[in-house]
Write a protein that binds this ligand. Structure first.
Ligand SMILES: Cc1cc2nc3c(=O)[nH]c(=O)nc-3n(C[C@H](O)[C@H](O)[C@H](O)COP(=O)(O)O)c2cc1C
Length: 182
């Protein structure tokens, strides 16, 4: 064995997409429908890759598959809305996750400040102006500035995604540690 052998970095095995998806499926998330476009062009896609980014300025992001039909709609419109689904909206989540996703006209909706539709029965919504798009491998990371928000269904439970299943919280999480602010 030579010195070069002992110093050679460990060759990690390539991570299979299916395995990565299964492990990431252990990270419980809420479920959103991202809506974009106006009039006839309005469209929506079910997404769980939403996260908040910054409070000052107010920024959020989501990741969209590069082959998604919504991609060009978001880029053309320069705006999108994030609709947090409530636990009773499992059918809505599935309707916007199929090969031929539902039409916005199939669900109750109204225009947000940017003109992009907001799902009227969602737990909460954030209406955003697109400020940046980053390459994220086979996805694009869309960063938006929040211009308007609302919680029209405050008392309802969220729809959650865990281990590849949609469901509801069984009980309110009762944390023993307070969440830090910031
Ligand atoms: C719970 C759940 C979460 C999803 N999250 C994402 C996501 O974060 N990004 C994404 O591109 N697709 C996600 N999908 C898949 C899209 O909803 C699906 O590929 C849809 O058919 C895309 O349609 P489109 O081409 O009209 O956008 C998710 C699906 C489900 C059911």
């Amino acid at each position: 064995m030579t010195a070069a052998d002992t110093q050679a970095p460990q060759q990690a095995r390539p991570v299979a997409g299916r395995t990565l998806r299964d492990v990431c499926g252990l990270f419980v998330t809420g479920v959103t429908v991202i809506t974009s476009g106006t009039g006839e062009a309005a469209a929506g896609t079910t997404v769980n890759s939403f996260t908040s980014v910054s409070l000052e300025p107010p920024l959020v992001l989501f990741c969209l598959h590069n082959e998604s039909r919504l991609r060009s709609v978001v880029e053309t419109t320069g705006a999108y809305a994030v609709n947090f689904l409530a636990s009773h909206q499992e059918k809505t989540a599935l309707a916007f996750a199929g090969k031929s996703t539902a039409a916005i006209t199939d669900v109750a909706h109204h225009a947000s400040v940017t003109g992009v539709p907001v799902l009227s029965d969602a737990l909460a919504f954030l209406s955003c102006r697109l400020v940046n798009a980053f390459d994220g491998g086979d996805h694009t990371i869309f960063v938006g500035e929040v211009l308007e928000l609302g919680v029209p269904r405050q008392s309802q439970e969220p729809l959650i995604f865990f281990r590849g299943f949609l469901g509801a919280l069984e009980e309110e999480p009762r944390g023993v540690h307070p969440i830090f602010d910031g």
